[in-house]
Write a protein that binds this ligand. Structure first.
Ligand code: GDG
Length: 473
């Protein structure tokens, strides 16, 4: 890499999905945590992106708003069933999130996962073969844990990095996977492995020590029998803070803010923004809210709770069940606490909204509720403090201690244990009552953390680690 952080080789990103969605026949960049983080990166660095798409044949090689060459991996539905709906979403995802639901172990899913990894390896090999210069390969997430090994076998000198967007669990949880050696062996073929926090990184190192006897762990390095050294590093992911600040101040956002303020006039707003996923703690949050309304009658009609629940993985049984449970709870709360002629206490939006409206919601929220049961990082929390710091400097962040962001924000957020529903209700009340001066100081400090550690720092650290050029400290 040169001083401006430019790579000396093209970047080849590999992720489960291409960052695309087709709306009314038009291809557009999609949303979600991984895409939010990587879009500004590819805007600056460029390169290629290999990923699966349902409509692989129809994917164009470029899409407006995305500065990468797109290469689609084609998978037939039976493979997607085992690999995606099965192994990644029902085995690895719940296991990596500390068994918030029970993982399912199914050997046929594992075989699909292996097959799909080979398909990815074939597509990556094709792109490498067609590239005039050997690229740096950067693999994203738990869908592709076996990929570094397959690529290493084919290209011994390839520079390979991997970043895990989820937590990495404790060794005794990881050990429940019958394929634990293969998965770790797959990862250890990379040159560098990135995690959101030192805690996940340490879980990984302890797991390696326990499960791979021939690996020697020395500090943050793993020495392999063949003499290779693999780095395991903590690189907290982040957002493009400048861009979010600009979005927050945009006149289009002002217009949306005015409309929302009118809608909720005279009431405080508590806000939740999450993919509809059982890791996000939406049910516990609703239960806490119900308790608050029950135990504090004087608060009824004084606040509204808005939950934006972005549809997610609705081909998976646990997600369909969650949706029914959440919608039942919303119905029950509104049925219990709505006064005739008055607005409901819970506004529930089961859809994705555009970025301008999202920023407007962040701006009108008195309390942003980010209360996952477990979450690798959580970018919503970072976006909220950034948007508020760029505008009125006000607002309160209620933040679960079980997400990566809590490691960075410390006690400037109101920290909560979302499993403790009664405690959560008490903290919601406390958040609503926090003094204005205190609120402002906390927002300013958290926004400073995000500015100092934005997504460009994350990508710079990751790429420097892959190319072996990171700076000490
Ligand atoms: C995974 C990990 C980790 C949400 N609703 C809308 C919308 N969003 C955007 C948010 C944010 C992103 O989606 C969600 O990111 P999170 O980090 O909160 O969560 P995951 O999707 O679970 O992401 C997570 C992340 O990967 C990155 O490594 O932090 O722990 O689980 O950017 O703004 N965007 C739009 N409309 C919506 O309705 N446009």
């Amino acid at each position: 890499m040169d001083e401006a952080g430019r790579l000396d080789a093209p970047l080849l990103l590999v992720a489960n999905r291409l960052p695309l969605a087709r709306q009314r026949g038009v291809w557009r960049p999609s949303s979600g945590g991984l895409v939010t983080a990587l879009t500004p990166v590819v805007a600056r660095v460029g390169g290629s992106w290999v990923g699966w798409d349902e409509d692989a044949q129809g994917v164009p090689s470029r899409v407006e708003g995305l500065n990468v060459d797109l290469h689609a991996v084609d998978l037939d539905p039976a493979l997607v069933e085992g690999y995606y709906h099965g192994f990644t979403n029902r085995t690895l995802w719940p296991l990596f999130h500390d068994l918030v639901v029970q993982p399912v172990i199914d050997r046929s899913w594992w075989r699909s996962y292996e097959t799909v990894t080979r398909r990815f390896a074939d597509k990556v090999s094709e792109v490498i073969a067609a590239s005039p210069q050997r690229p740096v390969v950067w693999i994203q997430d738990y869908h592709l844990l076996l990929l570094p090994q397959l690529l290493r076998d084919r290209f011994p000198d390839l520079r390979i990095g991997m970043f895990l967007h989820t937590p990495f669990p404790a060794p005794e949880l990881f050990a429940r996977l019958p394929w634990r050696e293969s998965l770790l062996g797959g990862m250890l073929a990379a040159d560098s492995l990135g995690f959101h926090t030192t805690q996940y990184r340490d879980n990984f190192l302890r797991t390696v020590q326990r499960i791979i006897p021939d690996a020697t762990v020395l500090g943050d390095s793993i020495m392999r029998e063949d003499g290779r050294r693999v780095r395991a590093l903590s690189h907290p992911i982040s957002i493009d803070a400048e861009d979010f600040g600009a979005l927050a101040r945009d006149p289009a956002t002002d217009t949306e803010v005015t409309a929302l303020r009118e809608q909720f006039e005279g009431r405080k707003v508590l806000l939740g923004v999450d993919r509809l996923d059982y890791t996000k703690g939406i049910r516990h949050r609703l239960q806490a809210l119900e308790l608050l309304l029950e135990q504090r009658p004087h608060l009824r009609g004084r606040f509204v709770f808005v939950q934006i629940a972005v549809p997610s993985r609705d081909d998976v049984e646990e997600y369909r069940r969650l949706r029914t449970q959440v919608e039942t709870e919303v119905g029950r709360i509104n049925g219990r606490f709505t006064e005739p002629g008055h607005d409901v206490p819970v506004h529930y939006l089961h859809r994705s909204i555009d970025r301008t409206r999202l920023a407007a919601y962040y701006r009108i929220a008195d309390v942003m509720c980010v209360t996952p049961l477990k979450d690798g990082m959580n970018l919503v929390a970072k976006e909220f403090v950034t948007v508020r710091d760029a505008t009125d400097g006000d607002g309160v962040l209620l933040l679960s201690e079980f997400c990566g962001t809590a490691h960075e924000f410390g006690h400037d957020a109101i920290r909560c244990n979302p499993f403790d529903v009664e405690g959560l209700a008490m903290l919601m009340e406390r958040a609503l009552e926090l003094a204005p001066e205190d609120r402002r100081e906390r927002i300013a400090r958290m926004a400073q953390v995000v500015r100092d550690n934005d997504v460009f720092r994350w990508v710079g650290d990751e790429l420097a680690a892959i190319t072996g050029e990171e700076h000490p400290g």
